[in-house]
Design a protein around this ligand. Sequence first.
Ligand SMILES: NC(=O)c1ccc[n+]([C@@H]2O[C@H](COP(=O)([O-])OP(=O)(O)OC[C@H]3O[C@@H](n4cnc5c(N)ncnc54)[C@H](O)[C@@H]3O)[C@@H](O)[C@H]2O)c1
Ligand SMILES: O=c1ccn([C@@H]2O[C@H](COP(=O)(O)OP(=O)(O)O[C@H]3O[C@H](CO)[C@@H](O)[C@H](O)[C@H]3O)[C@@H](O)[C@H]2O)c(=O)[nH]1
Length: 445
Amino acid sequence: MKIAVIGTGYVGLVTGTCLAETGNIVTCVDINKQKVQMMQQGQLPIYEPGIETLFHRNIIEERLFFTANLAGAIADATIIFLALPTPPGADGDADLSYVLGASKDIALLISSYKVIITKSTVPVGTADKVKAIFRQNTDVAVAVVSNPEFLREGVAVEDFMKPDRIVIGTQDERAKEILTELYAPYVRQGNPIIFMDERSAELTKYAANSFLATKISFMNEIANLCEKLGADVDMVRLGVGADERIGKRFLFPGIGYGGSCFPKDVQALAKSAETNDYDFKILHSVIQVNSLQKNVLINKLNAFFNNDLKGKTFALWGLSFKPETDDIREAPSLTVIGHLLKAGAKVVAYDPEAMNNVKALIGEKIKYADDQYDALIGADALLILTEWSVFRTPDFNRIKKLLAGPVIFDGRNLYSPHKMAGFGFYYNSIGRMAAGPKYAAVAPL
Ligand SMILES: NC(=O)c1ccc[n+]([C@@H]2O[C@H](COP(=O)([O-])OP(=O)(O)OC[C@H]3O[C@@H](n4cnc5c(N)ncnc54)[C@H](O)[C@@H]3O)[C@@H](O)[C@H]2O)c1
Ligand SMILES: O=c1ccn([C@@H]2O[C@H](COP(=O)(O)OP(=O)(O)O[C@H]3O[C@H](CO)[C@@H](O)[C@H](O)[C@H]3O)[C@@H](O)[C@H]2O)c(=O)[nH]1
């Protein structure tokens, strides 16, 4: 099939590449000409594991193309995916200007039947708005479909190739047939394509993200309570997660959820409820808990250093909002850095992939280390903010030698407190009792 994908960010690029991989001819369009040029030259604008091989193969085998020319890209395509940003607007609602603007551009250009598919996360009622734009701007028949994307950054290719489910919101029988054929290679293991109306599809996406965010905020509160009660959240997590009704996944406590999706989508669902005279109480708590959780490490640091962080140096391991991505949107690391700088502390950071993005955002306000050990030299404490694999089994003796004091604050529970105390570290993590020297000075928190 001939396909155009509008927007080549984390979703558009993965969608385009994975659709080309199953034999479709895909043209990806982006408004950012520099990005398009990069991709035309075979360079990837993002770090996403597993995409590189597919990207190069499909370019070489002439199934995957990049352009800034919308008209050229959609002329032959029957299927047009919208993978455009829907950032938070001023009032917390999703900003639909990219999606609606591109819809109008497309409507003014088409001369044959198209299936217009919204992959972006959009509030309920967006499909109706897109349909109205096509009605107002063209006589050509189109099917407008809501097909929310559930991929996770870091495992996006795997998620796209083998999704848990594909949700398709449409009443259009021809579009249903086309999409059933398009997605057949991705549901061979019996994972379902679930057809529904557009509104339900749009809400499914927000409900899924908000439920997952609720799970995380709930566990973060359990973790905070564990510290007060002398329990170990990792044990509680295992005990709770063994119940199949609850499930093992998305129960990891930490320093708050980040990324380009959960924060904006939970906010947008709460706003959408409010607009429709419904007070979605749980979501307000989820948001509030998450915002407090982003301060948890700073509170622990203040307790340890008697509220005097001025002039101290902190080594940070991890800047991206989660491992295996270079994405720093809403990353808890940015909140931590903001607090440290405000308190007059110095920051030296290391991240395997995200340092360039942080540099582009805040420049030289912090130092960037060449490797994870360089970041530690003379630092008063190590703070672990992202659970990159490379941080999981480091050389603890080397860490101890390089730090000014053997102090670790771990926002991702990477190590055993008992083992760290054995190494002579003061070790403070999330939802577990602090261990090692100085324990008595700060516990219980
Ligand atoms: N990032 C994720 O993991 C993820 C997963 C599922 C769903 N989503 C949703 O998918 C949508 C896209 O997210 P993303 O993270 O890929 O965004 P992104 O910001 O990474 O990429 C968006 C791209 O669209 C381009 N663009 C903007 N206006 C354009 C236009 N008029 N024509 C062509 N290109 C244009 C931008 O230059 C950019 O490259 C959002 O609604 C998001 O909520 C994201
Ligand atoms: O047990 C957990 C799991 C995740 N997180 C945090 O939650 C955030 C989001 O993680 P994850 O969901 O893995 O990454 P995203 O790429 O943001 O993916 C989410 O957002 C996407 C965009 O809407 C959806 O498509 C995905 O299904 C949904 O998982 C990150 O900050 C994680 O550190 C935790 O704190 N504890």
